[in-house]
Design a protein around this ligand. Structure first.
Ligand SMILES: *Cc1c(COP(=O)(O)O)cnc(C)c1O
Length: 396
Protein backbone atom coordinates (compact mmCIF):
# COMPACT_ATOMS: atom_id res chain seq x y z
CA UNK A 1 0.00 0.00 0.00
CA UNK A 2 1.34 3.43 -0.91
CA UNK A 3 1.99 5.82 1.93
CA UNK A 4 0.12 8.57 0.08
CA UNK A 5 -3.14 6.60 0.07
CA UNK A 6 -2.74 5.52 3.68
CA UNK A 7 -4.45 8.59 5.07
CA UNK A 8 -6.85 9.34 2.23
CA UNK A 9 -10.30 9.76 3.78
CA UNK A 10 -12.74 6.95 3.10
CA UNK A 11 -16.35 7.74 2.25
CA UNK A 12 -18.79 5.15 3.56
CA UNK A 13 -21.73 7.49 4.11
CA UNK A 14 -23.62 6.94 0.86
CA UNK A 15 -27.03 6.93 2.57
CA UNK A 16 -26.46 10.55 3.61
CA UNK A 17 -25.48 11.58 0.12
CA UNK A 18 -23.41 10.39 -2.83
CA UNK A 19 -20.64 11.82 -4.92
CA UNK A 20 -22.03 13.11 -8.21
CA UNK A 21 -21.06 10.82 -11.07
CA UNK A 22 -18.69 12.72 -13.41
CA UNK A 23 -20.93 11.69 -16.34
CA UNK A 24 -23.83 13.44 -14.61
CA UNK A 25 -21.83 16.63 -14.09
CA UNK A 26 -20.74 16.47 -17.73
CA UNK A 27 -24.37 16.29 -18.85
CA UNK A 28 -25.32 19.27 -16.68
CA UNK A 29 -22.56 21.71 -17.66
CA UNK A 30 -23.95 22.93 -21.03
CA UNK A 31 -27.15 23.97 -19.27
CA UNK A 32 -25.29 26.42 -17.06
CA UNK A 33 -23.14 27.95 -19.78
CA UNK A 34 -24.78 27.65 -23.20
CA UNK A 35 -28.37 26.45 -22.99
CA UNK A 36 -29.29 28.66 -20.05
CA UNK A 37 -32.82 29.51 -21.10
CA UNK A 38 -35.89 29.33 -18.91
CA UNK A 39 -37.84 26.17 -19.78
CA UNK A 40 -41.04 28.24 -19.54
CA UNK A 41 -39.88 30.78 -22.16
CA UNK A 42 -41.87 29.57 -25.11
CA UNK A 43 -41.06 32.39 -27.54
CA UNK A 44 -37.37 31.75 -28.31
CA UNK A 45 -34.85 29.01 -28.93
CA UNK A 46 -33.12 29.38 -25.54
CA UNK A 47 -36.39 28.42 -23.91
CA UNK A 48 -37.08 25.64 -26.40
CA UNK A 49 -33.68 24.04 -25.79
CA UNK A 50 -34.26 24.14 -22.04
CA UNK A 51 -37.79 22.74 -22.40
CA UNK A 52 -36.49 19.92 -24.63
CA UNK A 53 -33.88 19.02 -22.00
CA UNK A 54 -36.54 19.00 -19.27
CA UNK A 55 -38.77 16.78 -21.42
CA UNK A 56 -35.92 14.34 -21.95
CA UNK A 57 -35.12 14.21 -18.22
CA UNK A 58 -38.79 13.65 -17.42
CA UNK A 59 -38.82 10.74 -19.86
CA UNK A 60 -35.66 9.30 -18.31
CA UNK A 61 -37.13 9.37 -14.81
CA UNK A 62 -40.47 7.99 -16.03
CA UNK A 63 -38.77 5.18 -17.97
CA UNK A 64 -36.81 4.04 -14.92
CA UNK A 65 -40.05 3.88 -12.92
CA UNK A 66 -42.06 2.40 -15.78
CA UNK A 67 -44.66 5.19 -15.71
CA UNK A 68 -46.01 7.95 -17.97
CA UNK A 69 -43.78 11.08 -18.11
CA UNK A 70 -46.85 13.20 -17.29
CA UNK A 71 -46.84 11.75 -13.77
CA UNK A 72 -43.40 13.12 -12.89
CA UNK A 73 -43.29 16.38 -10.89
CA UNK A 74 -39.84 17.90 -10.33
CA UNK A 75 -39.17 19.14 -6.79
CA UNK A 76 -36.13 20.16 -4.75
CA UNK A 77 -35.63 16.65 -3.34
CA UNK A 78 -37.26 13.86 -1.39
CA UNK A 79 -38.11 16.09 1.57
CA UNK A 80 -40.20 18.35 -0.64
CA UNK A 81 -41.67 15.40 -2.56
CA UNK A 82 -42.79 13.83 0.73
CA UNK A 83 -44.28 17.11 1.94
CA UNK A 84 -46.10 17.63 -1.36
CA UNK A 85 -47.44 14.07 -1.35
CA UNK A 86 -48.56 13.99 2.27
CA UNK A 87 -49.72 17.55 2.93
CA UNK A 88 -50.88 17.96 -0.66
CA UNK A 89 -53.15 14.92 -0.57
CA UNK A 90 -54.35 15.40 3.01
CA UNK A 91 -55.18 19.09 2.58
CA UNK A 92 -56.51 18.57 -0.94
CA UNK A 93 -58.88 15.85 0.26
CA UNK A 94 -60.24 17.49 3.38
CA UNK A 95 -63.99 17.54 3.31
CA UNK A 96 -64.12 14.06 1.78
CA UNK A 97 -64.54 12.52 5.23
CA UNK A 98 -61.25 10.65 5.12
CA UNK A 99 -59.25 12.08 7.98
CA UNK A 100 -57.04 9.20 9.08
CA UNK A 101 -53.38 8.79 8.06
CA UNK A 102 -51.02 5.86 8.61
CA UNK A 103 -47.24 5.71 8.58
CA UNK A 104 -44.50 3.65 10.26
CA UNK A 105 -42.13 4.32 13.15
CA UNK A 106 -39.07 3.55 11.01
CA UNK A 107 -39.76 6.34 8.49
CA UNK A 108 -37.37 9.21 7.75
CA UNK A 109 -38.17 12.45 9.53
CA UNK A 110 -39.12 13.88 6.13
CA UNK A 111 -42.24 11.69 6.40
CA UNK A 112 -42.76 11.60 10.18
CA UNK A 113 -42.61 15.37 10.64
CA UNK A 114 -45.11 16.31 7.88
CA UNK A 115 -47.41 13.59 9.25
CA UNK A 116 -47.11 15.03 12.76
CA UNK A 117 -47.91 18.48 11.44
CA UNK A 118 -51.02 17.11 9.75
CA UNK A 119 -51.96 15.52 13.07
CA UNK A 120 -51.67 18.96 14.71
CA UNK A 121 -53.94 20.30 11.97
CA UNK A 122 -56.61 17.81 12.99
CA UNK A 123 -55.92 14.59 11.09
CA UNK A 124 -55.83 11.33 13.03
CA UNK A 125 -52.44 9.67 12.78
CA UNK A 126 -51.52 6.04 13.40
CA UNK A 127 -47.83 5.19 13.50
CA UNK A 128 -47.42 1.43 13.14
CA UNK A 129 -44.32 -0.26 14.53
CA UNK A 130 -41.71 -2.17 12.59
CA UNK A 131 -40.32 -5.59 13.42
CA UNK A 132 -36.92 -6.35 14.97
CA UNK A 133 -35.28 -6.15 11.54
CA UNK A 134 -36.79 -2.77 10.69
CA UNK A 135 -39.41 -4.19 8.31
CA UNK A 136 -43.01 -3.03 8.22
CA UNK A 137 -45.47 -5.93 8.35
CA UNK A 138 -48.34 -5.52 5.83
CA UNK A 139 -50.70 -7.14 8.36
CA UNK A 140 -50.02 -4.34 10.83
CA UNK A 141 -50.84 -1.81 8.14
CA UNK A 142 -54.01 -3.72 7.24
CA UNK A 143 -55.07 -3.83 10.89
CA UNK A 144 -54.63 -0.05 11.22
CA UNK A 145 -56.86 0.82 8.24
CA UNK A 146 -60.35 2.09 9.06
CA UNK A 147 -63.13 3.40 6.82
CA UNK A 148 -61.77 6.88 7.53
CA UNK A 149 -58.24 6.14 6.30
CA UNK A 150 -57.14 8.43 3.47
CA UNK A 151 -53.52 7.44 2.97
CA UNK A 152 -50.72 5.12 4.02
CA UNK A 153 -47.05 6.15 3.72
CA UNK A 154 -44.37 3.46 4.08
CA UNK A 155 -40.82 3.87 2.83
CA UNK A 156 -39.48 1.54 0.14
CA UNK A 157 -36.05 1.12 1.76
CA UNK A 158 -34.88 2.33 5.14
CA UNK A 159 -31.97 4.78 5.28
CA UNK A 160 -30.46 3.41 8.50
CA UNK A 161 -30.71 -0.37 8.37
CA UNK A 162 -31.44 -0.87 4.65
CA UNK A 163 -34.68 -2.79 5.25
CA UNK A 164 -36.65 -3.21 2.00
CA UNK A 165 -40.35 -3.15 2.79
CA UNK A 166 -42.99 -5.24 0.98
CA UNK A 167 -44.46 -2.19 -0.74
CA UNK A 168 -46.30 -4.08 -3.49
CA UNK A 169 -48.16 -6.09 -0.84
CA UNK A 170 -48.90 -3.01 1.27
CA UNK A 171 -50.10 -1.29 -1.90
CA UNK A 172 -52.45 -4.15 -2.79
CA UNK A 173 -53.96 -4.11 0.70
CA UNK A 174 -54.50 -0.35 0.59
CA UNK A 175 -55.95 -0.32 -2.93
CA UNK A 176 -58.46 -3.00 -1.94
CA UNK A 177 -59.65 -0.71 0.87
CA UNK A 178 -59.72 2.46 -1.24
CA UNK A 179 -56.72 3.95 0.56
CA UNK A 180 -54.01 5.93 -1.25
CA UNK A 181 -50.38 4.81 -0.91
CA UNK A 182 -47.25 6.94 -0.81
CA UNK A 183 -43.73 5.56 -0.61
CA UNK A 184 -40.48 7.40 0.10
CA UNK A 185 -38.15 5.65 -2.35
CA UNK A 186 -35.15 7.98 -1.85
CA UNK A 187 -32.90 5.05 -0.87
CA UNK A 188 -34.40 2.60 -3.33
CA UNK A 189 -34.46 4.14 -6.79
CA UNK A 190 -31.28 3.16 -8.62
CA UNK A 191 -30.38 0.61 -5.93
CA UNK A 192 -33.09 -2.05 -6.21
CA UNK A 193 -35.75 -2.83 -8.87
CA UNK A 194 -38.75 -0.54 -8.41
CA UNK A 195 -40.83 -1.00 -11.57
CA UNK A 196 -43.01 -3.73 -10.04
CA UNK A 197 -43.81 -1.86 -6.87
CA UNK A 198 -44.62 1.39 -8.69
CA UNK A 199 -47.75 -0.34 -10.07
CA UNK A 200 -49.03 -0.66 -6.53
CA UNK A 201 -48.48 2.89 -5.27
CA UNK A 202 -50.09 6.24 -6.01
CA UNK A 203 -47.27 8.58 -4.99
CA UNK A 204 -43.50 7.98 -4.89
CA UNK A 205 -40.67 10.28 -3.79
CA UNK A 206 -37.09 10.17 -5.04
CA UNK A 207 -33.98 12.33 -4.77
CA UNK A 208 -31.05 12.82 -7.18
CA UNK A 209 -28.27 13.18 -4.60
CA UNK A 210 -28.88 9.70 -3.24
CA UNK A 211 -28.15 8.21 -6.67
CA UNK A 212 -25.01 10.05 -7.79
CA UNK A 213 -26.87 13.10 -9.05
CA UNK A 214 -26.83 16.72 -7.86
CA UNK A 215 -28.20 17.96 -4.55
CA UNK A 216 -31.34 20.08 -4.64
CA UNK A 217 -33.44 18.16 -7.14
CA UNK A 218 -35.86 15.27 -6.83
CA UNK A 219 -39.21 14.17 -8.11
CA UNK A 220 -42.64 13.08 -7.00
CA UNK A 221 -44.41 10.50 -9.12
CA UNK A 222 -48.15 11.09 -9.10
CA UNK A 223 -50.39 8.37 -10.50
CA UNK A 224 -52.79 10.51 -12.51
CA UNK A 225 -55.22 7.65 -13.09
CA UNK A 226 -56.23 7.68 -9.43
CA UNK A 227 -58.00 11.02 -9.32
CA UNK A 228 -56.12 12.36 -6.31
CA UNK A 229 -56.52 16.04 -5.54
CA UNK A 230 -53.16 17.47 -4.43
CA UNK A 231 -52.95 20.95 -2.98
CA UNK A 232 -49.62 22.56 -3.97
CA UNK A 233 -47.26 23.62 -1.17
CA UNK A 234 -46.90 27.08 -2.70
CA UNK A 235 -48.47 29.23 -5.36
CA UNK A 236 -46.85 31.00 -8.26
CA UNK A 237 -46.36 30.55 -11.98
CA UNK A 238 -48.20 27.23 -12.10
CA UNK A 239 -45.25 25.17 -13.28
CA UNK A 240 -45.37 21.36 -13.14
CA UNK A 241 -49.13 21.24 -13.83
CA UNK A 242 -49.72 23.67 -11.00
CA UNK A 243 -48.24 21.31 -8.42
CA UNK A 244 -44.85 22.98 -8.06
CA UNK A 245 -44.57 26.62 -9.05
CA UNK A 246 -41.10 28.02 -9.60
CA UNK A 247 -38.61 28.19 -12.48
CA UNK A 248 -37.23 24.73 -13.12
CA UNK A 249 -33.50 24.39 -12.30
CA UNK A 250 -32.74 23.01 -15.77
CA UNK A 251 -29.13 21.90 -15.08
CA UNK A 252 -30.28 20.01 -11.97
CA UNK A 253 -33.24 18.48 -13.81
CA UNK A 254 -30.85 17.30 -16.54
CA UNK A 255 -28.57 15.90 -13.83
CA UNK A 256 -31.43 13.99 -12.23
CA UNK A 257 -32.41 12.50 -15.60
CA UNK A 258 -28.83 11.47 -16.37
CA UNK A 259 -28.30 10.01 -12.89
CA UNK A 260 -31.49 7.95 -13.04
CA UNK A 261 -30.69 6.72 -16.57
CA UNK A 262 -27.16 5.63 -15.58
CA UNK A 263 -28.42 3.91 -12.42
CA UNK A 264 -31.17 2.15 -14.36
CA UNK A 265 -28.68 0.82 -16.90
CA UNK A 266 -25.90 -0.16 -14.49
CA UNK A 267 -27.84 -1.19 -11.42
CA UNK A 268 -27.74 -5.00 -11.75
CA UNK A 269 -23.94 -5.23 -12.10
CA UNK A 270 -23.33 -2.42 -9.64
CA UNK A 271 -25.58 -3.90 -6.96
CA UNK A 272 -23.74 -7.21 -7.23
CA UNK A 273 -20.35 -5.53 -6.83
CA UNK A 274 -21.50 -3.41 -3.88
CA UNK A 275 -23.03 -6.44 -2.17
CA UNK A 276 -19.72 -8.32 -2.40
CA UNK A 277 -17.93 -5.36 -0.79
CA UNK A 278 -20.61 -5.07 1.91
CA UNK A 279 -20.13 -8.74 2.82
CA UNK A 280 -16.36 -8.23 2.81
CA UNK A 281 -16.73 -5.36 5.27
CA UNK A 282 -19.11 -7.30 7.49
CA UNK A 283 -16.83 -10.36 7.55
CA UNK A 284 -13.76 -8.26 8.33
CA UNK A 285 -15.45 -6.35 11.15
CA UNK A 286 -16.79 -9.57 12.69
CA UNK A 287 -13.37 -11.21 12.42
CA UNK A 288 -11.44 -8.26 13.88
CA UNK A 289 -13.86 -7.15 16.60
CA UNK A 290 -15.47 -9.29 19.32
CA UNK A 291 -19.01 -8.63 20.59
CA UNK A 292 -20.63 -7.07 17.54
CA UNK A 293 -24.19 -7.31 16.29
CA UNK A 294 -25.61 -6.61 12.84
CA UNK A 295 -28.81 -4.57 12.93
CA UNK A 296 -31.41 -4.92 10.20
CA UNK A 297 -32.55 -7.71 7.92
CA UNK A 298 -30.34 -10.56 6.65
CA UNK A 299 -32.33 -10.71 3.40
CA UNK A 300 -34.45 -7.87 1.96
CA UNK A 301 -31.66 -5.40 2.55
CA UNK A 302 -30.10 -2.67 0.40
CA UNK A 303 -26.83 -4.03 -1.02
CA UNK A 304 -24.82 -1.04 0.20
CA UNK A 305 -26.07 -0.97 3.80
CA UNK A 306 -24.41 -2.34 6.91
CA UNK A 307 -25.48 -1.30 10.40
CA UNK A 308 -23.50 -2.71 13.29
CA UNK A 309 -23.43 -2.31 17.07
CA UNK A 310 -20.17 -2.59 19.02
CA UNK A 311 -20.90 -3.58 22.59
CA UNK A 312 -19.83 -1.05 25.25
CA UNK A 313 -18.72 1.58 22.75
CA UNK A 314 -20.42 4.93 22.27
CA UNK A 315 -21.17 5.50 18.59
CA UNK A 316 -20.50 9.24 18.69
CA UNK A 317 -17.19 8.71 20.53
CA UNK A 318 -16.33 6.15 17.89
CA UNK A 319 -17.16 8.63 15.12
CA UNK A 320 -14.86 11.23 16.72
CA UNK A 321 -12.02 8.73 16.78
CA UNK A 322 -12.57 7.79 13.14
CA UNK A 323 -11.59 11.14 11.67
CA UNK A 324 -10.62 9.77 8.25
CA UNK A 325 -13.62 7.49 7.91
CA UNK A 326 -16.93 9.00 6.88
CA UNK A 327 -19.65 6.88 8.45
CA UNK A 328 -22.63 7.81 10.56
CA UNK A 329 -24.29 6.91 13.82
CA UNK A 330 -28.01 7.13 13.29
CA UNK A 331 -29.10 9.15 10.28
CA UNK A 332 -27.17 12.19 9.10
CA UNK A 333 -30.13 14.46 9.72
CA UNK A 334 -30.36 13.50 13.36
CA UNK A 335 -26.72 12.86 14.27
CA UNK A 336 -26.48 16.30 15.90
CA UNK A 337 -29.19 15.20 18.32
CA UNK A 338 -28.18 13.41 21.49
CA UNK A 339 -31.08 10.96 21.08
CA UNK A 340 -30.31 7.45 19.87
CA UNK A 341 -31.62 6.46 16.44
CA UNK A 342 -35.43 6.34 16.42
CA UNK A 343 -35.23 3.51 13.86
CA UNK A 344 -33.04 1.28 16.06
CA UNK A 345 -35.26 2.07 19.05
CA UNK A 346 -38.38 1.17 17.02
CA UNK A 347 -36.68 -2.15 16.20
CA UNK A 348 -36.53 -2.84 19.93
CA UNK A 349 -32.82 -2.28 20.58
CA UNK A 350 -32.01 -1.05 24.06
CA UNK A 351 -30.69 2.51 24.24
CA UNK A 352 -27.12 1.48 24.95
CA UNK A 353 -26.91 -0.86 21.96
CA UNK A 354 -28.58 1.75 19.74
CA UNK A 355 -25.97 4.29 20.82
CA UNK A 356 -23.18 1.77 20.15
CA UNK A 357 -24.04 1.48 16.46
CA UNK A 358 -22.55 2.70 13.20
CA UNK A 359 -24.13 2.88 9.76
CA UNK A 360 -21.89 2.04 6.83
CA UNK A 361 -23.11 3.07 3.38
CA UNK A 362 -21.19 1.63 0.45
CA UNK A 363 -21.65 2.98 -3.03
CA UNK A 364 -20.64 3.11 -6.68
CA UNK A 365 -17.18 4.47 -5.94
CA UNK A 366 -16.30 2.24 -2.95
CA UNK A 367 -13.22 0.02 -3.45
CA UNK A 368 -12.10 -3.22 -1.79
CA UNK A 369 -9.03 -1.44 -0.46
CA UNK A 370 -11.21 1.19 1.21
CA UNK A 371 -13.35 -1.51 2.79
CA UNK A 372 -10.27 -3.26 4.21
CA UNK A 373 -8.80 -0.03 5.57
CA UNK A 374 -12.15 0.97 7.07
CA UNK A 375 -12.49 -2.35 8.90
CA UNK A 376 -8.99 -1.97 10.33
CA UNK A 377 -9.61 1.60 11.41
CA UNK A 378 -12.87 0.66 13.16
CA UNK A 379 -11.20 -2.31 14.87
CA UNK A 380 -8.40 -0.12 16.24
CA UNK A 381 -10.84 2.56 17.41
CA UNK A 382 -13.19 0.08 19.10
CA UNK A 383 -10.29 -1.62 20.87
CA UNK A 384 -8.98 1.76 22.10
CA UNK A 385 -12.39 2.85 23.40
CA UNK A 386 -13.00 -0.48 25.11
CA UNK A 387 -9.59 -0.20 26.74
CA UNK A 388 -10.99 2.82 28.61
CA UNK A 389 -14.45 1.43 29.17
CA UNK A 390 -15.31 0.23 32.66
CA UNK A 391 -18.07 -1.97 31.27
CA UNK A 392 -15.82 -3.94 28.95
CA UNK A 393 -14.69 -7.08 30.80
CA UNK A 394 -11.75 -7.76 28.48
CA UNK A 395 -9.95 -4.64 29.69
CA UNK A 396 -6.43 -5.31 31.04
C1 LIG B 1 -32.15 11.44 2.12
C2 LIG B 1 -33.54 11.02 2.37
C3 LIG B 1 -34.58 11.95 2.37
C4 LIG B 1 -34.34 13.43 2.14
O1 LIG B 1 -34.01 13.65 0.80
P1 LIG B 1 -33.56 15.12 0.33
O2 LIG B 1 -33.52 15.00 -1.16
O3 LIG B 1 -32.21 15.34 0.93
O4 LIG B 1 -34.57 16.08 0.80
C5 LIG B 1 -35.85 11.48 2.60
N1 LIG B 1 -36.09 10.20 2.82
C6 LIG B 1 -35.12 9.27 2.84
C7 LIG B 1 -35.45 7.84 3.09
C8 LIG B 1 -33.81 9.65 2.61
O5 LIG B 1 -32.85 8.74 2.65
Amino acid sequence: MQASTQKAPIYLDNHATTRADPRVVEAMLPFFLDEYGNAASSSHRFGWAAADAVDRAREQVAAALGVEPGGIVFTSGATESNNLALKGLARGSSGAGRTHLITAASEHRAVLDPMKRLAREGFDLTIVGCDGEGLVDPDRVAAAITDKTLMVSVMTANNEVGAINPIAEIGRICRARGVFVHTDAAQAVGKIPVVDLVNHVDLLSLSAHKLYGPKGIGALYVNRQRGMKLLPLFDGGGHERGLRSGTLPVPLVVGLGAAVAIADRERPAEAEQILILRERLKTALERLIPATQVNGPAANRLPGNLNMSFQDVDGSALLMTLRDLAVSSGSACSSTEPEPSHVLMAMGLDEETARASLRFGLGRFTTADEVDRAAQAVAIAVAALREHSIAWPGRG
